[in-house]
Design a protein around this ligand. Structure first.
Ligand code: NCD
Ligand code: ZN
Ligand code: ZN
Length: 432
């Protein structure tokens, strides 16, 4: 099978430029990128990319696909379709499923289910059995089964000794510790950020230190064990400061931030409505500013959505009772393009790199670049098309987003994984 993508503005990471070029894809590989490829006779399909940019397939290293155990919220199939619609070709699933991803059997069964998925589905193994914080999983076995790192995402590892033990093991396996940073003794019972909104509505707050204290502790532990330490969904200004300081000492500490923490703060929450409830919570204005600054100066390495679908019924029970989490895969790129690139906060190449090449290289994954010889994972985006976010049109089972009705531009129009089209808005082809 030979596919040509014709006339698009192809992103070149090395120069940061968009050059009008054609791509030739043979089976799963990009075989040629050049101006005006004359191969019309031999190709099976020609895709018209006029007025579109072509970027590497987006990569989201923090998603919750809920399978096994919570299929009412999402499945690998619906989650991966949401990812494809959002322009993603690679995702990494968190292990807070039922059962937890803490055994080789569970890894294998998810791999099996993911064979037909619309994205490449990578996964993390749990740090502790059932994410209970008590006994380490068989990390060696999980690594052999192919997990890309270890995390107890959903909960923090509460004791320093357990985290240190996990880091030692992770270091020996050359895999990262990916930490959900939350000290329960400080966070317990809170449902929003301990700030303006909590006060106004008399809601129990989660203070910044609940996150930052783990970041600080773990940076010390990573320093002594030599492990690669990665901070999930960083949200507090103090955490950004700690990561910046560790990086300046040359430590292998990395961090990700979500679109919602970059675009919203607690004062933006219109009313106590669980569509705005997630963990960590939307922080204060100064935190949001620190996150943007951290993203700009490279303290924060990349963007991950923390796509966390829940059912409408679960989210309808109010701010205190509802589960934490919002969906993100189908809105991330247009939201960030509209609110960070069109406003001059990031350049378009910076945004693309933080959603492709940087997450890949941070975790040593061979994706995130458009080049001859590379896997044909790519996304075609219409930067000009403006559309309102309509959760009813999501491929995800989750409708839980605070961005409903936001008018944004920069929508993905075609996604290709391994040389196969996994999502296309219009099937706009010249041939085939
Ligand atoms: N982020 C969330 O608010 N929720 C996540 C758990 C997590 O990422 O900590 C979930 O699994 O629902
Ligand atoms: Zn988390
Ligand atoms: Zn998560």
């Amino acid at each position: 099978m030979l596919i040509m993508i014709k006339g698009g503005q192809v992103y070149d990471r090395e120069t940061g430029e968009f050059v009008k070029q054609d791509l030739l894809i043979e089976d799963h590989q990009i075989v040629r990128i050049a101006k005006d490829i004359q191969a019309t006779d031999i190709v099976d399909q020609i895709i018209d990319a006029e007025n579109r940019i072509i970027v590497p397939g987006l990569i989201d290293l923090h998603v919750h696909f809920r399978e096994p155990g919570f299929e009412q919220k999402e499945t690998i199939m619906t989650g991966s379709m949401a990812a494809a619609r959002g322009g993603y070709t690679t995702v990494a699933c968190m292990p807070n499923t039922r059962p937890v991803i803490d055994t080789v059997e569970t890894v294998q069964s998810i791999k099996k289910r993911a064979e037909e998925a619309a994205t490449r589905v990578l996964m993390y193994g749990a740090i502790t059995v059932r994410e209970l914080g008590e006994n380490l999983t068989d990390m060696h076995e999980l690594a052999e089964a192919g997990v890309i790192g270890f995390t107890d995402d959903g909960v923090g590892v509460q004791t320093s000794a357990k985290m240190k033990e996990a880091m030692k093991k992770a270091k020996s396996l050359n895999l990262p510790i990916v930490a959900h940073c939350e000290d329960n003794s400080l966070a317990k019972g809170g449902c929003v950020h301990e700030g303006v909104f909590a006060k106004q509505h008399d809601l129990p707050g989660i203070p910044n230190e609940a996150e930052a204290i783990h970041v600080g502790r773990d940076i010390l532990l990573a320093e002594s064990t030599g492990a690669h330490y990665h901070v999930c969904h960083i949200s507090a200004k103090e955490s950004v400061r700690l990561v910046r300081e560790a990086k300046s000492r040359g430590q292998k500490v990395t961090a990700e931030v979500t679109p919602h923490h970059l675009l919203l703060c607690d004062e933006d929450i219109p009313a106590p409505d669980a569509m705005w409830k997630m963990n960590p919570p939307l922080r204060g204005k100064a935190d949001r500013e620190a996150l943007i600054e951290g993203l700009q100066d490279g303290t924060i390495d990349f963007i991950a959505t923390d796509h966390a679908p829940h059912t409408t019924a679960e989210k309808a029970v109010g701010m205190k009772q509802a589960p934490f989490g919002i969906v993100g895969l189908e809105t991330a790129f247009p939201l960030l393009y509209t609110h960070l690139v069109c406003t001059g906060i990031l350049t378009l190449p910076q945004l693309i790199d933080k959603m492709t090449y940087i997450p890949a290289t941070t975790f040593g994954l061979p994706f995130g670049e458009l080049a001859e010889g590379k896997t044909a994972d790519l996304t075609m985006i219409d930067l000009h098309h403006e559309q309102v976010i309509d959760p009813e049109r999501f491929h995800s089972k989750g409708r839980n987003t605070p961005f409903k009705d936001w008018k944004v531009k920069g929508w993905p129009v075609l996604t290709m994984l391994n040389g196969k089209i996994t999502w296309s808005e219009s099937k706009k082809t010249i041939k085939g």
